[in-house]
Design a protein around this ligand. Structure first.
Ligand code: CA
Length: 708
């Protein structure tokens, strides 16, 4: 390995750069610009030191060397083809000549920003069997930097501090009970010398929480549980006494409760408030989770806590009594906006449920909330009560509903960005319908997705029902300023800059630059792979660079079936870095493997195929694609070799491919179950082959009776 760069002039320099960045943010808060919104740090403008650049969550860079006059000359400076078989969701960090990023399975690497040489890499050696508990791919969204250390949360719940110079482990804390299905995919955040970290796993039946750890020693400072536990046991903190009153008395606490804080956090140093978004309940269906109803605090909420103690200051529940997997874990963005002639310190979020929320971040008061896309579950959000006005039947108590958005969300984890110069928020919007039906008393908790909402009925997701867009949203007017349509959903996160630019990658593999004020396309690059992560930018040796982790994956790519393969791309994992005049090129893409097999009809009892379909939908679809249509990341089971087909019992019941991330299902399946799943897969191979041979006709799609 060639280390051609002085990694750090000193650890203190890194620490002070971070302090300056925070200070700068403070100054920006005190000095609103003419547009009435805060500017990003005036100092260390070439750096990107936290997941969202600053803890204000704006993803706005003050660099303007790249602008509408120069962006057309942007070219590839270097790229790394990565040995990585899952999605890439990380935003790299940049400090003093080095990029720090994470890959799938919680691996970390440090890269020389100028040359693309890998300085060090770290593999926490996550047990691949843990992939079974990763609802949405074995991804990681990035690292944190502080005091000469790099921090990563791992899929198996560890928080690890690494020496930024060497990648050597400094300390490790297990933040979860690893006998339970907790996972970490989020980037840690650093506030006041503490590392803030939450976790995921609500689909699998965990109780959510987030914690603060001392950055130097790894000692836990505090933990905030987002939902109560068994009321016969003592509460961990007083907030849970009030929260418990919003759950029904016959709640089955063994279901976990959910409310996992699996992604967003922000911090306002002036108000000294840490903001954390929480997720859905476990299971999704409230009627099963909390049979007597109730708001179920603190599910689907934005929490403001004191970073030193974890004590709650205010909360706003985005979806009271959530029953749709409508999480409030989406990005939290802080800004100063002029609303009705008054400067307001606001917090903005575009959560899954399709409404764009503007809150007063000092008090949690709801200032406005409007639909930023197609929303059919509620009419509006009542500003007086802060509660949604749900449409009749939306809770699917009696009848199945098809509605917008879906568990994929109108906006998911893909980062949005806010530009204080234009006053606009750039949202990776997606339009995907969801079906929900009440499993009621038939619900059984299993070691798989626990929705209680009949996810097994989502047998196909046809591409014609899904789309996406880059929406430039005016948070003051609560209206779109401009919008660029995408054919597909599950597009990348956004970056905006002082150079009047917005960058976004697409599911179809294009990285595109637009003007931030008008949305005019200026430049694009073919990454040859679907892009889901957000780009970032930095300045090194006087030149502005653009960096991106390109690689297809995540929930939609695994589960997405026909809609996910509509892009025609597969996962080719790459780190891409651009600069003006860059002349590097990508390696030629290898041809995808093809199977020449002509399938024949399956001879089996219909009931067995039907049972195989149900088991597949409950256990397999979440990774191998709904309707047995792979989404370009994991193997498409319709095209497995005969040898793999013959090895199904060994794979599913003995864990033959466990080291590659294919879990052992011996605890869930009998040999008879495996055979039924095999029959269903063969049936789908034949069925989809025949569909492909014939012109597209009516009745192909499972969702045929959708209504606006
Ligand atoms: Ca969820």
């Amino acid at each position: 390995m060639t280390t051609t760069i002085k990694l750090n002039t000193s650890l203190a320099a890194m620490a002070s750069a971070f302090t300056l960045a925070m200070l700068g943010w403070n100054m920006a808060q005190a000095q609103p610009s003419q547009t009435g919104v805060s500017h990003a740090p005036p100092m260390a403008e070439g750096e990107w030191l936290s997941y969202d650049r600053t803890l204000a969550g704006q993803r706005y860079s003050p660099l303007a060397d790249l602008n509408p006059d120069t962006v057309g000359k942007l070219g590839l400076a270097w790229s790394i083809d990565l040995d990585n078989n899952r999605g890439l969701e990380a935003t790299p960090l940049y400090s003093e000549g080095v990029l720090y990023t994470s890959l799938s399975w919680s691996r970390v690497m440090a890269v020389d920003a100028a040359s693309g040489d890998i300085l060090w890499s770290f593999d926490p050696k996550v047990d691949k069997a843990k992939g079974r508990h990763a609802c949405c791919d074995a991804v990681n969204r990035g690292v944190a930097l502080h005091g000469g250390k790099v921090y990563v949360g791992t899929l198996d719940g560890r928080l690890i501090a690494l020496d930024a110079k060497t990648g050597n482990e400094v300390w490790t804390q297990q933040t979860t009970d690893n006998s339970q299905p907790y996972t970490i995919t989020a980037a840690p955040r650093v506030v006041k010398g503490m590392i803030m970290i939450g976790n995921g796993g609500a689909e699998f039946g965990v109780r959510g929480y987030f914690s603060a750890y001392d950055a130097e020693t790894g000692e836990m400072r505090w933990r905030f549980y987002t939902v109560p536990a068994d009321p016969s046991k003592p509460v961990e903190h007083p907030e849970l006494v009030e929260a418990a009153k919003t759950w029904s008395t016959d709640t089955d606490w063994s279901l976990g409760g959910g409310g996992t804080a699996w992604d967003s956090m922000a911090y306002d140093p002036e108000l000294d408030l840490l903001y954390v978004g929480t997720g859905n309940g476990s299971p999704w269906n409230r009627e099963i989770r909390s049979p007597g109803g109730g708001d179920n605090l603190f599910l689907s909420s934005i929490l403001a806590v004191r970073p030193e103690t974890g004590k709650l200051v205010w909360h706003y529940q985005v979806n009271p009594g959530d029953t749709w997997d409508f999480t409030a874990t989406q990005q939290i963005t802080l800004a100063n906006l002029e609303i009705d002639g008054k400067q307001r310190q606001v917090l903005m979020q575009a959560p899954k449920n399709g409404f764009f929320y503007v809150l007063d971040r000092a008090t949690g008061e709801l200032l406005s909330a409007e639909k930023f896309g197609k929303v059919t579950w509620a009419e509006r959000i009542d500003l007086a009560t802060g509660r949604p006005v749900e449409v009749p039947g939306a809770r699917y108590e009696k009848e199945m509903v098809v509605m917008w958005p879906s568990p994929f969300g109108a906006h998911n984890w893909h980062p949005m960005s806010f530009n204080p110069d234009t006053g606009l928020v750039y949202i990776p919007y997606q339009e995907v319908p969801g079906t929900y039906s009440n499993e009621g008393k038939g619900f059984v908790k299993r070691e798989a997705f626990n929705t209680g909402a009949g996810s097994s009925e989502i047998l196909e997701l046809p591409r014609e029902y899904t789309s996406g867009a880059l929406v430039a949203w005016d948070p003051v007017k609560q209206a779109a300023a401009w919008r660029v349509e995408h054919d597909n959903h599950w597009n990348g996160g956004t970056l905006t800059t002082a150079g009047n630019l917005v960058f976004q990658g697409t599911a179809a593999g294009k990285l595109v630059a637009y003007t931030a004020d008008k949305g005019q396309p200026l430049w694009d690059f073919d990454a040859q792979t679907g892009i889901i992560a957000a780009p970032m930018t930095f300045r090194h040796d006087g030149e502005q660079y653009l960096a991106l982790m390109a690689g297809w994956g995540g929930a939609a790519a695994l589960f997405g079936g026909d809609a996910a393969v509509a892009t025609g791309v597969r996962n080719v994992s790459r780190m891409l870095v651009f600069k003006v005049g860059g002349g590097a090129t990508l390696p030629k893409l290898s041809e995808p493997p093809v199977t020449a097999r002509v399938p024949t009809p399956v001879v089996a009892a219909k009931a067995d195929i039907k049972q195989g379909e149900l088991l597949y939908a409950q256990y397999c679809a979440v990774c191998h694609g709904t309707g047995v249509v792979g989404g370009g990341v994991l193997p498409d089971l319709r095209h497995s070799s005969d040898a793999i087909r013959a090895a199904y019992p060994a794979i599913l019941l003995e864990g033959m491919l466990e080291s590659q991330g294919m879990p052992n299902f011996a605890a869930s399946f009998s040999a008879d179950d495996v055979e039924k799943i095999r029959l269903y897969i063969l049936h789908r191979e034949y069925e989809t082959y025949m569909q492909a041979m014939q012109p597209k006709g009516e009745g192909d799609a499972a969702i045929t009776a959708v209504e606006e």
